[in-house]
Design a protein around this ligand. Structure first.
Ligand code: GCU
Length: 670
């Protein structure tokens, strides 16, 4: 079999021209931390590699007692109990010394990656004076990898965790851990939320050894391993007649099983659970509520310090399309908000950013700000299932920033999504952010080379939600490629415009969907219109959109004021979400003065045009790009252009045919 190789992405350290002589950094003095600790060992080898490559000189570690009292030269790593758990301080302490302090080994590791990043970016070390700690307690990747090696909604090859029913632990496991630790990720779920077949057995002794090995590699980089759990395990593994969470024999079964799994994998962080969702079993099957299901598991794993991460993606996926009263958007809130205050302390509700499902534009889920006494975590998706599938370019960090800065008005201050998931709003600790990951075993990890910016950006943003999409993109570009300022500007332009471009040529003004059912790539305006998934645009000859106001499904009323009123009124509803909340006639004028139908035509032609501009910009910097990267991305841009054309023509033709209204500019519509 062909041997797989892979790149080091942004960790491919290159020799960098620094503004001053930094050779003193090759002397590393370690105070208060043991060289033998796995995290410190990894930190030191990262310094060895990074400093070695960036400065071109191998560093050496000096034991602290050898240089007692004269820490005036070198990179001095010391313990400072005052600092927060994962935080660190980086300070220029003299002409020839930089001090890195932290209270834990993890802090040292993060501080080291920060220093290496600064060096790679050739940033000034004159006065770094950085004192930082992550805003989000949990910064997590959710992999939807199956044990046969396939990846649900995976667009960059096969799994590097599983193949053919077995677990893979090899050099790539370590490289993966290094990569994600370098951007501050501290938790990983390796298997798909839809748990079936062999994956159900991950909690049995069968996979104990490789899982323990993997969890130890992860722990060496400050990462906790989590597993997705099959709620029906008592039936499937234990041969019990039910998995009713209140049945004593079911509870007993879980207690024994959990003892075994935590004995086998002491570093295990806990479980991610998709229950009562899209055909997965759950507490509803037994007339129990979501809290009863989650708390049962939470109590069982509490003695091991485990967390239950319970997903809120619970909705009726067997809706009759004729039924206009049921609104899928309402489901998350309707199923969970009344349970506020009933979940145990070690349960976290994981909530998708929007009420539907990772569309290019959705409002923020009203569950943020809809629960006051419940641990909450945000779930986003860099896998781009509905946003281009790592074929079309879509840098998602601008979208994530919008979500994080959304004010929920649950309090007068500190009420944004960022405040809630960081624990600032309610003073809780079990909170954070997760993304459905976009990696696979492709040599460049993410299929589309530029999609790695989403992985990098997610981690950086999860750590510091004040960073801007532009800052993050610039960091990623210059650590990944060696480009002239002009060329770098072109890549930056591509990233920063990509979300808008994708939105322009796909479904308009927040209505979503219009995709090919099942594979979710490419247009099919009515693909979901007469189906059971609760995802309708309701277009007819006069207008389009779903009335989610108080006169319609009442979804807008799930928000706190003033958001509820803002969304309820088409005059104040943000225009990009107009068709999500309102049914609008084609001849209605938008704020731009254009009619709705003209806006649809214009934005689609524009999106298609700009998709072509992406390619032009890429072609213009050909000479500066690595030989393998240039054609690989070019091929994706070509596919994006044909996809954009298909979307543009199908959406415009659909609305032209149904409305009979001409394009003012007389362009070709079919
Ligand atoms: C989407 C996706 C599924 C996935 C589900 C989930 O519906 O298409 O593949 O299982 O989300 O988040 O659970």
């Amino acid at each position: 079999m062909e041997k797989k190789t892979w790149t080091q992405l942004w960790l491919d350290y290159k020799k960098t021209k620094t503004s001053e002589d930094l050779s003193f950094l090759t002397e590393i003095i370690l105070h208060g931390f043991s060289e033998g600790h796995p995290v410190i060992q990894n930190t030191l080898s990262e310094l060895q590699l990074g400093i070695g490559k960036i400065l071109g000189a191998e560093p050496a570690v000096k034991p602290a007692d050898e240089c007692e009292g004269k820490a005036d030269r070198g990179l001095v790593i010391i313990k400072d109990e005052e600092l927060p758990e994962e935080g660190y301080k980086l300070k220029r302490t003299g002409q020839e010394s930089v001090m890195l302090s932290a209270s834990t080994e993890k802090g040292v590791l993060y501080g080291t990656f920060c220093l290496l990043r600064k060096l790679s970016l050739a940033e000034d070390l004159e006065d770094p004076d950085i004192c930082t700690a992550p805003e989000n307690p949990l910064r997590m990747l959710n992999h939807w990898d199956n044990m046969d090696g396939s990846i649900e909604r995976g667009y960059s090859g096969r799994s590097f965790f599983f193949n053919n029913g077995e677990i893979i632990v090899n050099e790539r496991t370590r490289d993966y851990a290094r990569l994600i630790a370098s951007i501050g990720i501290n938790a990983v779920v390796i298997n798909n939320v839809n748990v079936f077949g062999e994956a159900t057995e991950l909690i049995t002794g069968r996979y104990a050894e490789p899982l323990r090995k993997m969890s130890e590699i992860f722990a060496g980089y400050g990462i906790r391993l989590f597993l997705s759990l099959n709620f029906a395990s008592p039936i499937e593994l234990g041969n019990l007649p039910s998995c009713d969470p209140l049945d004593p024999s079911v509870i007993r079964w879980w207690e024994e099983q959990m003892r075994t799994v935590f004995d086998n994998i002491p570093n295990l962080g806990g479980f991610l659970v998709k229950a009562d969702s899209e055909g997965r079993p759950g507490p509803f099957t037994y007339g129990r509520n979501q809290a009863e299901g989650a708390n049962m598991l939470a109590k069982v794993i509490k003695p091991y310090g485990g967390l239950v991460i319970w997903r809120c993606f619970v909705y009726n996926c067997r809706q009759d399309w004729r039924d206009r009263k049921t609104d899928r958007a309402r489901a998350g809130y309707d199923n969970f908000h009344e349970m506020d205050g009933q979940f145990d302390e070690n349960v976290i509700l994981q909530i998708k950013n929007g009420p539907m499902d990772f569309q290019i534009r959705e409002p923020v889920s009203p569950l943020f700000g809809g629960m006051l006494h419940t641990n909450e975590m945000l779930e986003v998706q860099i896998a781009q299932e509905y946003t281009g599938q790592q074929i079309d370019l879509c840098y998602l960090i601008p979208m994530f920033k919008e979500i994080l800065s959304f004010r929920t008005y649950v309090k007068e201050q500190e009420d944004t999504v960022a405040d809630i998931i960081s624990g600032r709003t309610f003073g809780n600790r079990n909170t954070g952010i997760a993304t459905v990951a976009n990696t696979g075993d492709d040599s460049n990890w993410t299929g589309h080379d530029l999609a790695a910016a989403n992985l990098y950006g997610f981690g950086r943003l999860a750590w510091d939600m004040n960073l801007t999409p532009e800052e993050i993109a610039k960091e990623w570009i210059s650590q990944t490629y060696t480009l002239s300022p002009d060329a770098a500007k072109n890549v930056l332009w591509m990233l920063l415009h990509s979300r808008e471009i994708y939105e322009d040529y796909t479904s308009p003004l927040g209505i979503g969907w219009m995709v090919n059912p099942s594979n979710h790539y490419g247009p099919s305006v009515n693909g979901y219109e007469y189906d059971r998934w609760g995802t309708y645009h309701r277009a007819d000859h006069l207008g389009v959109g779903v009335d989610r106001t108080d006169k319609g499904t009442g979804y807008a009323q799930q928000y706190n004021e003033p958001n509820a009123s803002m969304y309820n009124d088409p005059q104040t509803c943000p225009e990009e979400l107009l068709l999500f909340f309102h049914r609008v006639l084609y001849r209605t004028r938008l704020k731009s003065g254009k009619t709705l139908i003209q806006h649809i035509y214009d934005s689609h032609f524009e999106g298609y045009e700009k998709a072509q501009e992406l390619k032009k910009r890429w072609e213009s910097i050909r000479d500066e790009l690595p030989e393998d990267v240039y054609p690989r991305v070019l091929e994706r841009l070509d596919r994006q252009i044909s996809n954009a054309r298909e979307w543009c023509d199908q959406v415009n033709s659909y609305f032209y045919r149904i409305s009979g209204i001409e394009d003012e500019k007389g362009r070709t519509i079919y």
